[in-house]
Design a protein around this ligand. Structure first.
Ligand SMILES: Nc1ncnc2c1ncn2[C@@H]1O[C@H](COP(=O)(O)OP(=O)(O)OP(=O)(O)O)[C@@H](O)[C@H]1O
Length: 208
């Protein structure tokens, strides 16, 4: 399991979105991706997720070029970069169970896992709500739940702490630590010092 970037750059026309970036990650753990506004964190995450083509250099995940429509790549890499698709007329519990079921769990196991996910996220009491009935922070917790409800070995997160209060940032960190201990590489863009301190490592991008 590995992330590899060598002299990676992204430009669109005359605009540089990401200046030459190199790093290698091979061990499970949480890596905080830091840098000023506009430094290229989201661009790097999108490139690793196979949603943005590099302009120069090399990017490899598990020794292969990221490509979001490759089933093997999709089975290994989960990401929360933009708001994930949500069904307006399904409850939180149903949607989390649906993700589990679509990745092969039985209906009964899917609902049990979905309840556990809500519990871990401290929103068990919102199981029967619809997404439009949530606060911004609750919606963010649900988005995290949707993302971690599918299998992965590499998790790419873009400021997962957005809208979360101090206590929920700790909840998020606990979840990320557990996922890392279970063997995943977690690369998370963040502006929060608690997450940088809670991460095992840091990649800092300098502004373009
Ligand atoms: N589609 C685009 N076309 C041109 N420039 C873009 C495009 N998307 C982003 N940029 C520019 O690329 C640079 C990097 O943007 P990016 O979103 O990756 O930064 P970031 O580090 O995630 O910032 P933030 O901390 O504000 O979320 C910025 O200067 C931004 O204005």
């Amino acid at each position: 399991m590995s992330l590899h970037c060598q002299d990676l750059t992204v430009t669109i026309g005359e605009t540089t979105l990401l200046t030459e970036t190199s790093f290698e990650v091979t061990d499970p753990g949480i890596i905080a991706l830091t840098g000023a506004n506009g430094a290229g964190k989201t661009t790097l995450l999108k490139t690793l997720a196979g949603r943005q083509l590099p302009s120069g250099g090399e990017v490899l995940i598990n020794d292969r070029t990221p490509y979001e429509f490759d089933p093997t790549f999709r089975a290994e890499v989960a990401s929360l970069i933009d708001t994930p698709p949500m069904a307006r007329d399904m409850t939180l519990l149903e949607q989390l169970a649906l993700v589990r079921a679509s990745w092969g769990q039985s209906p009964q196991a899917s609902f049990q896992s979905a309840e556990q996910t809500l519990q871990r996220l401290t929103i068990r009491g919102l199981a029967e709500r619809f997404p439009y009935e949530l606060s911004a922070g609750q919606l963010q917790l649900f988005a995290i739940g949707l993302t971690i409800s599918r299998p992965y070995r590499i998790l790419l997160l873009d400021e997962p702490e957005r809208h979360l209060d101090t206590e929920r940032v700790q909840t998020l960190l606990q979840i990320l630590r557990a996922e890392a201990q279970a063997g995943s590489i977690i690369l998370t863009a963040t502006h929060r010092q608690e997450i940088v301190e809670g991460a095992g490592d840091q990649i800092h991008l300098s502004a373009a």
